[in-house]
Design a binder for this molecule. Structure first.
Ligand code: BES
Ligand code: MN
Ligand code: MN
Length: 503
């Protein structure tokens, strides 16, 4: 059963559907928020079916808040977003909802304890988003959500910064809570930790966990901030890469110089930065920082062939991002290079004259932002130090280099023999009609290893995005199908977890 054509109502920016499938437009189970429903046997799924328009509109309201944690100009919006998440949690039925201040952006906490004898699931998500730049590449403005159809989302996708990462996915948990409360069936105790600094490294969350150990006691952490392979190929992320992020500066002459008068003898920091960066990989695409691979765990052939079971088409991959060939270490497949192998990438590079026309100048300095994705058992602090030592050592006598440390994250692996994983697999099998594939992801979520280290909890990464949803890019979007599928699957997870946890 597909959804009807989507209509977008212009000025006011509210979304509504023109034609809903007849069996729920006319259904007696259409319920208003918090009013409950007449039917005693209403399930969370029934409540979702009767409230889809509202669930979309409420997400739209949240997406309109530009909660960009990286840019101090948006400080008030980030805080307003935290307040809004707290309101939504309260309205959904959560108790003890609090916007807890930290030295950075606040953490939103809420809980709904139904029975101390039941297991407790700690839901984690983030309400902050990446900066939307470059703005001119967005088809519609980043903070004015609209629904458009795409090839992979024939039922429509919500276009806005944060639609998939992570407001849309985090909000599925709030709407799933509301649906369970309205249906009078919440199979586990729930605690929510929704933070506002994930996109800038979660710097204050470790302290928050340390200071709130008792309040956060739980049996498992559930996170929807990752993806599935395709809408008809559900998957569960079983590993995340770590991260070491540095900024480098090459300083040459004490001022910008005329490139005719000085060029040839004066060192050019931009040329030198390019040479240094180029030397960071050899002709086999191996990273040349001494010691970089010392702690990398090589997967066994069995593990690698199990991974190769996950569907991947090199041709489709190339076509989807319009490239002629993939890159990387020849001994590994493209999916392996994106998950179980570490990387080193320049994320930004600047210096000199970049305005209109030509200016003949040798800049005094050049800069680059460099990220390294890490795999077990690489340690972000160690790698950062190795990088710093190496980069300083390869700087020619003509210049000086400075390496500043941005943020880090530890690589994480999550177990597949845990009741949490089994609950997610069973839930997805029910709602997608197909058993999900375990899958190692390439991104990072810094806090996952802290849940284990500080709270002693395993994490289940049950996300619903697609790689093609353009997170961190212009035209980020999230499928309407995926949003509702998440709200449908989450209560199912809780029911299965209650069952499997009990034994
Ligand atoms: N949700 C992403 C991470 C992600 C996305 C993992 C898709 C797996 C699949 C998260 O918000 C993110 O962007 N993390 C940053 C971490 C950083 C800012 C410390 C990342 O991976 O770059
Ligand atoms: Mn995220
Ligand atoms: Mn992100």
């Amino acid at each position: 059963m597909g959804l009807g054509p989507f209509v977008f109502s212009g000025d006011e920016g509210r979304w509504f559907s023109g034609v809903w499938p007849i069996d729920f437009v006319g259904s007696p189970r259409v319920c208003s928020a918090r009013s409950g429903c007449e039917l005693a046997d209403m399930t969370a799924q029934d409540f979702l079916n009767g409230n889809k328009d509202r669930f979309l509109n409420e997400l739209f309201d949240l997406l309109r808040i530009p909660s960009i944690s990286a840019d101090p100009a948006y400080k008030d919006d980030v805080i307003r977003c935290a307040e809004s998440v707290a309101d939504h949690l309260r309205k959904a039925g959560a108790d003890n909802v609090e916007v807890i201040t930290t030295p950075g952006y606040p953490v939103v906490y809420g809980e709904r304890i139904v029975d101390p004898a039941l297991p407790t699931v700690l839901v984690y998500g983030h309400y902050d988003v990446q900066p939307p730049d470059p703005l001119d590449l967005w088809t519609s403005p980043a903070f004015e959500p609209v629904i458009r159809k795409t090839d992979l989302h024939p039922e429509g996708a919500i276009f806005a910064r944060g639609a998939c990462d992570d407001k849309g996915q985090m909000f599925m948990h709030v709407k799933a809570l509301e649906s369970m409360v309205e249906a009078g069936n919440q199979p586990v105790n729930l605690k929510f930790v929704i933070e506002g600094e994930e996109e800038v490294g979660s710097d204050h969350l470790d302290d928050f966990l340390e200071q709130n150990k008792a309040r956060l006691a739980a049996d498992v952490v559930l996170v929807s901030d990752t993806g599935i392979i395709a809408n008809d190929i559900p998957s569960i992320t079983t590993g995340l890469r770590g991260l070491s992020y540095v900024e480098v500066k090459v300083v040459g002459p004490n001022r910008d110089l005329h490139s005719g008068l000085y060029g040839g003898a004066a060192p050019n920091p931009i040329n030198i930065l390019c040479e240094l960066v180029a030397s960071l990989k050899d002709d086999q695409q191996r990273i040349t920082v001494p010691g970089f691979y010392d702690k990398v765990i090589e997967l066994s052939l069995e593990e690698r062939s199990a991974m190769a079971e996950a569907p991947f088409s090199e041709e489709e991959y190339k076509a989807s991002i319009d490239i002629g060939a993939t890159e990387g270490e020849p001994a590994y497949s493209a999916p392996e290079r994106m998950s179980i192998r570490p990387t080193l990438d320049v994320n930004g590079i600047w210096g000199g004259y970049t305005g209109e026309g030509a200016k003949t100048v040798i800049a005094s300095e050049a800069n680059a932002k460099i990220s390294m994705r890490l795999v077990p058992d690489q340690d972000p602090d160690e790698i950062t130090q190795l990088f710093k030592n190496h980069f300083e050592s390869i700087c020619p006598e003509s210049c000086k280099v400075e390496v500043s440390i941005m943020h880090g994250a530890h690589p994480a692996v999550t177990p597949i023999d845990h009741p949490g994983y089994r609950a997610a697999a069973a839930a997805m099998e029910t709602t997608f009609g197909r058993k999900p594939v375990p899958f190692r992801g390439g991104g990072s979520i810094p806090i996952v290893t802290s849940f284990e280290k500080i709270l002693g909890l395993k994490t289940v990464l049950m996300g619903f995005g697609l790689d093609s949803d353009a997170i961190h890019s212009p035209d980020e979007h999230y499928g309407v199908f995926n949003y509702f599928k998440g709200i449908e699957t989450i209560p199912e997870f809780h029911a299965r977890f209650a069952e499997f946890h009990a034994g």
